[in-house]
Design a protein around this ligand. Structure first.
Ligand code: ACO
Length: 443
């Protein structure tokens, strides 16, 4: 393939370099376009824009391929666990035994929150959205670890292992404490002898005289859920993390911003929106037919958990999580769930409907992940927080790519201005007079 692309514009011919990735994906480097022609590229919503080079995750949306650091998601889902995968995503390779042990110890040592942080979470009104608490808490954490947040990337990178472990471990404790405040119950303290997921379930559900010991299948389902969310290249929240990082911001400020982006219903908020949609359909006495018809009328109402900017095929994570969901249902003895019946009908109807087929809209990971979370007892308003816990390794790895890039530039997109052409300032007395005239009050 040619290593340049030729562009004719304004009587000029430009040879634009072609960049090729490991898997043969190609991009035309347009970075010289403005300097050479005065024009910028225009790609609203960045659907066709490569914003960086990255070594973390590979996706082929046409073929439904997802790999972390080269490893297929199917193999990791079957043979790895969340903590090992987190290490892989952050450090680039599967850990050797001593590295895995060291990483686990670092997570254990950093699981508890300082009392001040616990009080900070307790002081939010009970009905504060958990994503607001999470974002605020991640930012507030640096008050206790100022050496991790100098906003000097070189310095912050010297403490990267500690910062990464704090973020991964404490996000789970913050989430569980937030839940305990919402249900008016006392906090639980992390148990150093529990695994990552068992510890989270203990923090959430143990009571003073009744310790919650998670069923193996439940902890396993949670482990898989987190692993499947560990990274997803340059999605909305990750791009937000990188955008903030590109200005030189520390890890905690960057991931706190990522949480805010994830909150939206078109992104991480979709897992909760799926359950709300299923409830709405159920309460409406619909079997899904009416809802699908209204999702096709183009009035902005969508079938949540369907469609993806990158996947034009079945989301590989959705396939895996669907199976895990059925396994969890069987082990929990849940047989007849009306929302599940509606979900199955919706999926089948959409998969056979021309509207969805022609637009390549398939179920995404959120279609089944909400149902899985619900089955293992996680309240709906915590679903997006669960996504954030899972995505933490990806955000950390992608922050590191920005912070460690000596040639990195601040992310600063351009625009096409469509506002007023130049006009002159109108003094207040003239605006008053104009308003009086408009109202028919002038002398
Ligand atoms: N239901 C109905 N129609 C849809 C849906 C949907 N879920 N998704 C896309 N469409 C339609 C659009 O209306 C549009 O139709 P048109 O060509 O007739 O105008 C066409 O499909 C293309 O849609 P876009 O909005 O251009 O697709 P985009 O790539 O910008 O959006 C997104 C992707 C945001 C995921 C979208 O499919 C959506 O809103 N899905 C529902 C929300 C959701 O499940 N989000 C989770 C994403 S996965 C994740 O973040 C983990």
């Amino acid at each position: 393939m040619s290593s340049v692309a030729l562009l004719k514009f304004d009587n000029k011919e430009l040879a634009l370099p072609v960049i090729t990735g490991t898997e043969g994906e190609t991009a035309i480097n347009m970075s010289c376009l403005r300097a050479d022609t005065g024009a910028i590229t225009f790609d609203e919503g960045y659907g066709n824009t490569g914003s960086c080079r990255s070594e973390v995750t590979f996706i082929d949306g046409e073929k439904g391929i997802l790999r972390y650091r080269g490893y297929p998601i199917e193999q990791l889902a079957e043979r790895s666990g969340f903590v090992e995968t987190a290490y892989l995503v952050i450090y680039g390779d599967l850990p050797k035994p001593y590295e895995r042990a060291q990483f686990g110890r670092l997570l254990s040592d950093n699981a508890a929150l300082r009392e001040g942080m616990a009080r900070f979470i307790q002081n939010f009104p009970r009905d504060t959205h958990p994503m607001a608490v999470l974002s605020a808490s991640l930012n507030a954490l640096v008050a206790y670890y100022p050496h991790l947040a100098s906003n000097n990337h070189q310095h912050d990178l010297e403490h990267f292992d500690e910062a990464a472990a704090i973020a991964i471990s404490k996000v789970r404790t913050i989430a569980a404490h937030t839940y305990r405040v919402r249900v008016g119950k006392p906090f639980n303290y992390p148990r150093p002898n529990f695994g990552y997921c068992e510890n989270f379930l203990h923090l959430m559900f143990s009571e003073p005289y009744n310790e919650y010991i998670a069923k193996g299948e439940v902890a396993q389902a949670l482990n898989l859920f987190l692993l499947l969310h560990a990274d997803h290249e340059q999605n909305c929240s990750t791009s937000t993390v990188k955008m903030v990082a590109s200005a030189g911001a520390n890890l905690f400020a960057s991931i706190a911003a990522g949480v805010c982006a994830l909150w939206g219903p078109l992104h991480g908020g979709a897992n909760a929106a799926v359950i709300e949609m299923l409830r709405h359909i159920h309460d409406d006495g619909d079997d899904g037919t009416k809802f699908i018809a209204s999702a096709k009328d183009g009035k902005g109402h969508r079938l949540m958990g369907f469609g993806h900017r990158v996947y034009r095929n079945y989301d590989p994570r959705a396939k895996i999580i669907k199976q895990s969901f059925y396994d969890a249902l069987a082990s929990l003895g849940i047989k007849d769930d009306p929302l599940l019946n509606i979900a199955m009908k919706l999926e089948q109807a959409a998969l056979h409907d021309d509207y969805f087929i022609s637009r390549k809209l398939y179920p995404n990971v959120d279609f089944y992940s909400g149902l899985l979370m619900r089955a293992i007892g996680i309240p709906v308003d915590l679903f997006t927080v669960m996504f954030a816990i899972g995505r933490m390794p990806g955000w950390i790895a992608q922050w590191h790519e920005v912070a460690a890039n000596p040639k990195g530039r601040i992310y600063r997109p351009r625009q096409i201005y469509t506002g007023h052409a130049k006009r002159d300032y109108v003094p207040m007395h003239e605006r008053i007079e104009a308003a009086r005239q408009e109202a028919g009050l002038s002398k």
